[in-house]
Design a protein around this ligand. Structure first.
Ligand code: BG6
Length: 308
C-alpha cells in the first residue's frame, strides 16, 4: 500500500503516515498527551515525547535506515530470537522482526485517552525457522503521556514452537556515569561479558561496558537521571527477564552505526523473554510481552529544587 492509502484507511487527526527523510514509511501518533514515531521497517519505535517533556528514547546519529539493517536506537523488536542464533552468524542477530517490514492492521483512539496502532508481521522467513506459517505476530503501540508497546505471538497451528524476544529499549540519559538504575536490587544476574553470575546489590551504576541478563525479575526499573532531573519508569508484563546494556567506549568504536562518544548518552533496559525465560507456545496458545514507559520530573523529595 502507498502512504496515501495507509492514511485513507488508518489515518485520523491523531495518526498520520508519511515518508521520512531516509525514505522510510513511518507513522506518527500524536495526541494531546504525547507523540511517537514508528517506522514500518522493523515496527521500530523511533521516538516518544510526552507532552511538555523531553524525548525519552535515544537514537544514534549514525544509525542506518535501510532495508536489511536494524535501526540503532528507539525500540528494536527482537524476535523470534534474542541475541545470536544458535546456528551462528549467518542468521541475523536478534531475529528477523527488526529488519522486516510490518503492515498496519488497525489504528484509532482507545478509552484511556491514548492513540493506538497495531502492526502485523507476515510469516516470511520466520515460517522456515518455525517450520510452520500458522502463527500471528502483532505489535500494539499506545501513546498518551505513557508509551505502551506490546508484542503478541499466537500459535494458530497444530505444532508447538519456541522463541525468545526483547523490546530492546534505548533510553536517552544525560550522562551514563551519573545516572543510576534501580529495581534490580537483590536479583541474580549473568554478566555476559565473562558468563559469571552475581547478586545485584543496590542500584546499578555505570563505569564500564555492561551487558547483563537478569533472568528472574518481573520488577519495574527506574532510571534516576539527576542531569535531566527526571526518572524514567519502565514497567512490564509477560516478562521475567531484563537485560541491561551499554557498550562503553571500545565496543562503541567497533560498531559502525554507533558514534564513538554516544555511549555516554544512552542506556538499554530491555524487557525480555530471554535465556531461561524463552517461551514455548503449544497449539492455540498466545503470549504478550509488554513494556510501559513513563517519566516523572524530580521534585523536592528527590533532593532537587530549582535553586539547587
Ligand atoms: C544487547 C546484547 O541486547 O544488544 C548485546 O545484550 C548486544 O550483547 C546489543 O551487543 C546490541 O546488539 P545489536 O545486534 O543491535 O548490535
Amino acid at each position: 500500500m502507498t502512504i496515501q492509502e495507509y492514511n485513507r484507511e488508518f489515518g485520523n487527526s491523531e495518526i498520520r503516515f508519511y515518508t521520512d527523510a531516509h525514505g522510510l514509511a513511518c507513522v506518527e501518533l500524536n495526541n494531546r498527551a504525547g507523540r511517537a514515531e514508528i517506522a514500518l521497517h522493523g515496527a521500530h519505535l523511533m521516538s516518544f515525547v510526552p507532552e511538555g517533556q523531553e524525548a525519552l528514547l535515544w537514537m544514534s546519529k549514525k544509525s542506518c535506515f535501510e532495508a536489511g539493517k536494524a535501526i540503532r536506537g528507539g525500540i528494536p523488536i527482537c524476535w523470534p530470537w534474542f541475541g545470536g542464533h544458535p546456528r551462528g552468524s549467518t542468521m541475523p542477530a536478534h531475529g528477523f522482526a527488526r529488519i522486516s517490514t510490518w503492515e498496519p492492521v488497525a489504528a484509532g483512539s482507545c478509552g484511556k485517552g491514548a492513540a493506538f496502532l497495531e502492526l502485523a508481521l507476515t510469516p516470511g522467513l520466520i515460517a522456515d525457522e518455525f517450520e510452520t506459517a500458522d502463527f500471528l505476530v502483532s505489535l500494539r503501540v499506545e501513546v498518551s503521556n505513557k508509551l505502551s508497546v506490546a508484542l503478541s505471538i499466537e500459535n494458530t497451528g497444530e505444532k508447538a514452537f519456541s522463541y525468545s524476544a526483547a523490546l530492546h529499549s534505548y533510553f536517552k540519559v544525560s550522562d551514563i556515569a551519573k545516572i543510576t538504575l534501580s529495581g534490580l536490587d537483590g536479583r541474580t544476574f549473568i554478566d555476559t561479558l565473562d558468563d559469571s553470575t552475581h547478586l545485584q546489590q543496590g542500584d546499578i551504576t555505570f563505569a564500564a561496558e555492561t551487558d547483563s541478563v537478569y533472568p528472574d525479575t518481573e520488577d519495574t526499573c527506574v532510571i534516576n537521571d539527576p542531569g535531566f532531573k527526571r526518572k524514567i519508569k519502565i514497567s512490564k508484563a509477560g516478562s521475567r527477564s531484563t537485560v541491561v546494556w551499554n557498550p562503553w567506549a571500545a565496543k562503541a568504536r567497533r560498531m559502525p552505526d554507533f558514534g564513538d562518544r554516544e555511549f555516554r548518552e544512552m542506556l538499554c533496559v530491555e524487557t525480555a523473554n530471554a535465556g531461561t525465560d524463552a517461551r514455548t507456545l503449544a497449539p492455540g496458545e498466545g503470549h504478550t510481552l509488554q513494556v510501559i514507559i513513563e517519566s516523572e520530573s524530580y521534585t523536592a523529595s528527590d533532593g532537587y529544587t530549582d535553586s539547587g
